[in-house]
Design a binder for this molecule. Structure first.
Ligand SMILES: [Zn+2]
Length: 272
């Protein structure tokens, strides 16, 4: 049996000095591959260092919508930042463009000029990544959170349907939303949220989803699944999420582990 943690952030300060132990514990738990996703220029570089250090670790590079403050006044990535991203994306151990997307969750509900500007910058940076993914033939890992982001993501991605593969990570949406993504050729991936006591509605949704369109992830250091709720999350815990999803879908854990690992290997085609 083999699992893959398709979405983690190993460079997080919470893990500093402990990454080799995390990798060891993941391996002991049959989590044989870990993908770590950068969210800024700096964390993209750190992700590649981890990928170069550990055989089982692979990287994804991108600028996450919540971390665009580091761009200062700029409304999009500079040519130099795009060039660095292009070089990093061509690294043999970079398997995807991500974490990218749209996040309006923490923005004030009143549409001031400032809010409009933040959203516009997120959309422009997202498009820069989609262009790069199309150019390089790499899949994308997408973060989509907050009112209006579903519609905006679908709209922005329409011209890329058939040209790029994408996964919507940490999926907590409706069956209809998942279906829209599947119709665009995308996948969704599930975090520890699916194990939370209060997540009955999400479990009802997952019951209706096709097992071969799903991947599992930790998004560590956040969202530790039961029985580690509210603890620091780590890649080994993806097994708890996987087992729970298997149960929801009426599959044996080993069946779902095989299926989701095959799906991930096909999706992240550079994964060895
Ligand atoms: Zn993430």
């Amino acid at each position: 049996m083999e699992w893959i943690d398709t979405h983690s952030h190993l460079y997080s300060t919470e893990f500093e000095g402990h990454v080799s132990e995390l990798v060891e514990r993941a391996r002991a738990a049959s989590v044989n591959r870990i993908i770590t996703l950068g969210v800024t220029g700096e964390t993209n570089r750190l992700s590649l260092i981890h990928a170069e250090t550990y055989d089982c670790v692979y990287a994804a590079v991108g600028w996450q919508p919540q971390d665009l403050d580091t761009l200062g006044d700029a409304m999009e990535l500079s040519p130099a930042q795009v060039e660095e991203l292009r070089t990093q994306a061509q690294h043999p151990k970079t398997v995807a463009i991500g974490e990218i997307g749209l996040d309006y969750f923490r923005l004030p509900r009143v549409e001031t000029d400032e809010v409009r500007k933040i959203k516009e910058r997120q959309r422009r940076v997202f498009l820069q990544h989609l262009e790069l993914a199309a150019e390089l033939g790499l899949p994308c890992c997408i973060h989509q959170r907050g009112e209006g982001t579903f519609q905006d993501c679908v709209e922005l991605m329409k011209p890329y349907v058939g040209r790029i593969k994408a996964v919507f990570h940490c999926f907590v949406g409706s069956v209809a939303e998942a279906q829209t993504y599947f119709d665009m050729g995308c996948l969704v991936s599930l975090t520890g949220i699916v194990t939370f006591k209060k997540a009955e509605e999400l479990r009802e949704t997952v019951r209706c989803l096709p097992a071969d369109k799903l991947m599992v992830e930790t998004d560590c250091p956040f969202l530790a699944p039961e029985p580690h709720f509210r603890q620091l999350c780590e890649p080994a815990y993806v097994v708890h999420t996987g087992n729970r999803v298997a149960g929801i879908l009426g599959l044996k854990p080993e069946e779902f582990a095989d299926l989701t690992t095959q799906t991930a290997r096909k999706f992240f085609h550079k994964l060895k």
